[in-house]
Ligand binder design. Structure first.
Ligand code: URA
Length: 442
């Protein structure tokens, strides 16, 4: 293998119509050298145009994975991904805009109550979301469990809903950061997803292109998240807050726990049901607490201090906005949600305290029941998932129900149980309490 100072044997790949040679750009990063800023703009653009091949971008992504990128490089890379497509202009809405992005967790249905809650204070919340891949569910998959609801709409219609209702959840348009769409699919099959500068630039390119003027990031930490420990999550949060701030978007990040699932349900329709409970002033304490903390942060960035967000949930004001949002997107908020054809209970084998309720194990279990997809083309089951009957730290007795597994295809129960059982542990002593919000980065 040629090392530093050795002559490269690669074929000359220079395309005379192009200003740079991608092999030089890959080699520079591979060897830990410094890129010129124009290299980055060119390589992202040339990849989008198909001039840089998938193989070359795979090598470059791995070089970035191994060598990293400095702050200037990440900012330039993010800018190039934004420039690969179109951007939305929301400045004519006549109200402040603020969005939230979660790095992905198990049972994380917070987007559903959060948008209407924040919008009920007169702020526009333009959520452009995707479908889930792997063990974390996608917001669109969850909302599509509501009969009639659709995320497809034109940009003028999206703006109309933002003006009239204040909250919308729309499918991200294919022309929003297309370089990221292509690169994310490539990273998925080249073991380069869990790379801090690539995650930060991928998320922030889409959020900046969406045109929001403020953004709150929910950076998840724990077994069910990309970032397994608080220090790595803090670094990711710092990188994203810097990218947002440098691009003129007021950005704040909350680091929140994802060692255990959020709330008592995992899976699309089950999570919608729980989100509606929160909108009605009830629901599990952790979902309500996180929804309110994120809402307060969003409203502060939009210039509204000391908002009574709990009051807006308890009074039904946020619920009214939710119903209007669902109706504006073709859904019937009063329609019954789909129910799985088969259920299976998992019970405690001994007495003690629940000292492990592993988010990753339960996320994989729900996915195996049919709530998630392995490939982009797969269909999800709206009613599949897991209902938790116990919380972390709770005392249980032998035979007490711990979980109910839901699916339309009962042959999935065995594989789902194989995934969830090692993630649940009952110990003799009560475990140390968990913290839901670890830190705030601004
Ligand atoms: N979500 C994204 O949009 N991009 C990543 O790279 C990781 C999570």
């Amino acid at each position: 293998m040629p090392g530093a100072g050795m002559k490269s044997t690669e074929a000359n790949t220079v395309n005379n119509a192009e200003p740079f040679d991608v092999v030089d750009i890959i080699r520079t990063k591979r060897d830990g050298g410094a890129w010129k800023m124009e290299h980055i703009a060119w390589v992202v653009d040339a990849y989008t145009r198909g001039v840089v091949s998938e193989e070359q971008m795979a090598a470059l992504a791995m070089a970035i994975f191994l060598r990293g990128m400095n702050r200037e490089e990440v900012a330039q890379w993010t800018g190039a991904m934004i420039a690969s497509g179109s951007t939305l202009d929301l400045s004519d809405l006549g109200k402040p805009t603020v969005d939230k992005h979660s790095t992905g967790g198990v049972g994380d249905k917070v987007t559903l109550p959060l948008g209407p809650l924040v919008a009920s204070f007169g702020v526009a919340v333009p959520q452009l979301s995707g479908r889930g891949l792997g063990h974390t569910g996608g917001t669109l998959d969850k909302l599509e469990a509501i009969p009639g609801w659709s995320p497809e709409m034109s940009t003028p219609r999206m703006k109309e809903i933002l003006c009239e209702v204040g909250a919308v959840v729309a499918a991200a348009n294919a022309d929003l950061a297309p370089a990221d769409r292509k690169l994310y699919a490539l990273r998925d099959v080249t073991a380069t997803v869990d790379c801090l500068p690539l995650i930060a630039s991928s998320i922030m390119s889409k959020k900046i292109a969406e045109g929001t003027s403020a953004l709150v990031l929910d950076v998840k930490v724990g077994s069910g998240a990309f970032m397994r420990d608080v220090d790595s999550a803090r670094q990711l949060a710092r990188a994203m807050v810097d990218l947002g701030t440098d691009a003129g978007v007021s950005t704040r990040a909350l680091l929140t726990d994802m060692e255990v699932p959020l709330g008592r349900t995992i899976g699309n329709a089950l999570e919608v049901r729980e989100a509606v409970e929160v909108l009605g002033g009830g629901g599990p304490g952790d979902v309500r607490e996180l929804t309110c903390a994120l809402a307060r942060a969003m409203l502060e960035l939009a210039g509204i201090r000391d908002a009574d967000v709990e009051g807006a949930l308890d009074s039904g004001r946020a619920m009214d906005t939710w119903k209007r949002m669902v109706e504006a997107q073709g859904g019937d908020p009063a329609a019954p949600l789909p129910v799985a054809r088969h259920t299976h209970e998992v019970r405690a084998e001994r007495a003690g305290y629940v000292d492990a309720l592993d988010a990753l194990a339960l996320g994989v279990g729900s996915w195996r029941l049919g709530a998630g997809r392995a490939r982009k083309e797969d269909r999800v089951q709206a009613a599949a998932g897991i209902e938790l009957h116990v919380e972390y730290g709770q005392r249980v007795e032998p035979g007490q129900p711990l979980l109910t597994l839901h699916t339309d295809t009962p042959e999935r129960f065995a594989r789902a149980e194989e995934a969830v059982l090692p993630g649940i542990h009952i110990g003799a002593e009560p475990p140390a309490p968990r913290t839901l919000i670890h830190d705030v980065i601004s």
